[in-house]
Ligand binder design. Sequence first.
Ligand code: SAM
Length: 328
Amino acid sequence: MPVKKLTDLFDRTISYLRVSLTDQCNLRCIYCTPAPLSKLNQAELLTYEELLRVIGICVDLGIKKVRLTGGEPLVRKDVGSFIQGLSLISGLEDIRLTTNGVYLAEYCDLLYEAGVRKLNISLDTLKPERFAHITGTACFDKVWNGIERACAKGFSPVKINMVAMRGVNDDELVDFARLAMERAVQVRYIEFMPIGNAAVWGKEKYIPSSEIMARLQVLGTLEPVDQQRMDGPAKVYKIAGGKGSIGFISPLSHKFCEKCNRLRLTSAGRLRSCLLSDKEKDLKTLLRQGASDEEIAELVLQTIAAKPEGHKVTEGDSCHGRMSRIGG
Ligand code: SAM
């Protein structure tokens, strides 16, 4: 069978679909979803049946990897059976999950049995009290337990994503790197982006990856690691003697748009080709008007054809979408 390949106007291969399963989250992170925001009602979310159909069509077109995100994907009811259904889509090579980890311990076995092996866990602090301040909940121990369970179960890689914010958690940059030395996890530092709670984002809180790297030198030299095709936008390093690795995701200081292979499906059922550009296509309405698979495929192709060459946030463009709805 010929290998299917989806390419956009800038010759980027689009092979990765990120799906926001719900806009709801059980945490209230100060920079993301601080207050209970107006939520989509059940009928506004795509049903699992609709999601499986759309994802199947995307896989037929050439998508190879799907990431489930949100909001918090593990708070959506019956998510386990959906993931099992997803694992049956032939041609889908890789199912990944991004989670805040609160329910991870409970879902570990099911996720593993459904073939999920790669987990991203968001954790912005290693201090329980600070965790409560940032997220509005006292769930640090649950998240930590989730990480321990995931490592013990054999998920690999387990990536721990911390959004670096000056004056909020930058005194822990080195502690996170130590974690990657002591355990076989990948700690990834993410640059704080101007999306989400506009009241909290500020240039003074933004820390470029170059500064983080410089601050980690106290632990030793950062040696670059060879990366594989589907590894994503992080630049990955190891520190001599460390069991794990350290990654930097630098959407602002080192735009990786020229390598972007992503398409997104928002929790409101809209197709979006760039996290930081608000242009979307209304897939849900088309689906619910009884569209054929060919018509749905056509909308996917149109979305990819409209994928911008790069985001313009560093040139002052702002993004009004909510991270939880788009899928972070
Ligand atoms: N609930 C899941 C979780 O916590 O991983 C998935 C959704 S969450 C929106 C995905 C990721 O987006 C989290 O790691 C979060 O820290 C990150 N995020 C949210 N707002 C951000 C911002 N303004 N800049 C950088 N990362 C952000």
